[in-house]
Ligand binder design. Structure first.
Ligand code: AVJ
Length: 302
């Protein structure tokens, strides 16, 4: 927080959006009529779960980066249980609350899945290597879209480094599309995305003794065509100073000054497949939906 708020322009990493409240708000976003990514990816997984599972190694263990409540993952696990009697499932997420909900729901619905939650971000991925091979790593939900291209490549290389011959990665990314569809998805009419974004200020207030007045900031989102990304910002509606006690810091905002809170990069299928190759994987297959809005790729470690 200190590092990001000291920068010009002020920038905070999107993983900070996911405290318990932020994760709950994101769950609400996934159910919004305008937010197409979750339901589109779920439809791809449902339509192709059998084919995906038939391309996997025998008796895989499954790890997942940024699993959240693992709602979409259940589609795959259900299908995987047609191929193997048990699944060891290792979800990683920054939100303990989301992981607890994932574990509860999964163990209730799929008794042959053993859930081993792991709280953390993507800085330490050595937990993957400790799981029994053959391995399947899930990185679905397009959260790779939060990363700059160079960061995305290093993350994939880091994943590949934990894997052995034949281990696989299933990667879900959001695709470039009509900017009106994108704009609506990140600026929904019910204002849930705005609350999700502003929750970052509420979190700073609660956890760091911040004195933000969330109502003096507005949610700003737009499509940056040159960079191929949606951008989310919090924009100060007035000139103001905000004290953050635990950081011993007084933040100064000009009117209209922004905190950059998130990028959500959109790919083409070609860029997605290049990304996988650069990250150390051979592409086995890519599935998309009928609109070409979302893509899921299966890669095998080189
Ligand atoms: C969780 C990163 C995939 O980029 O669409 C949704 C987060 N932000 N609405 C996305 C998000 C605003 C989401 N990811």
């Amino acid at each position: 927080m200190l590092e990001g708020l000291s920068r010009t322009p002020k920038t905070l990493p999107p993983k900070l959006l996911y405290d318990a409240q932020g994760s709950a708000l994101f769950e609400q976003i996934t159910r919004l009529p305008e937010y197409y990514p979750t339901r589109t990816e779920a439809a791809i997984l449902t339509a192709h779960a059998e084919e995906i599972c038939s391309r996997l190694g025998p008796d895989v263990s499954v790890s997942e980066l940024g699993a959240g409540t693992a709602t979409k993952t259940r589609i795959l696990l259900r299908s995987l249980l047609q191929h193997q009697p048990h699944v060891d499932y290792f979800p990683l997420d920054v939100s303990d609350a989301a992981l607890q909900s994932a574990k509860g729901e999964l163990e209730r619905e799929l008794m042959a899945v053993n859930v081993h939650p792991h709280i953390g971000d993507f800085e330490d991925l050595t937990f993957i290597e400790r799981h029994p091979p053959p391995r399947l790593v899930l990185y679905i939900g397009s959260s790779i879209g939060n990363l700059e291209q160079s960061e995305a490549i290093s993350l994939l290389r880091n994943v590949a480094r934990q894997l052995s011959n034949g281990d696989q990665l299933l990667l879900g990314v959001d695709l470039v599309k009509d900017s009106n569809v994108l704009q609506a998805a990140y600026n929904d009419s019910a204002g849930i995305t705005a609350s999700f974004n502003k929750n970052l200020l509420v979190r700073i207030n609660r956890e760091l003794g911040g004195h933000f007045e969330p109502d003096t900031f507005s949610h700003v989102s737009f499509w940056n065509e040159t960079a191929s990304r949606m951008e989310l910002h919090l924009e100060s509606t007035c000139r103001q100073s905000v004290r953050v006690d635990a950081l011993d810091m007084t933040l100064r905002f000009c009117r209209r000054e922004r905190i950059h809170t998130e990028n959500s990069y959109k790919y083409t299928v070609e860029c997605l497949e290049d990304l996988l190759k650069c990250g150390g994987f051979n592409v086995e297959h890519t599935w998309t939906d009928s609109h070409g809005w979302f893509a899921v790729s299966l890669g095998v470690v080189i």
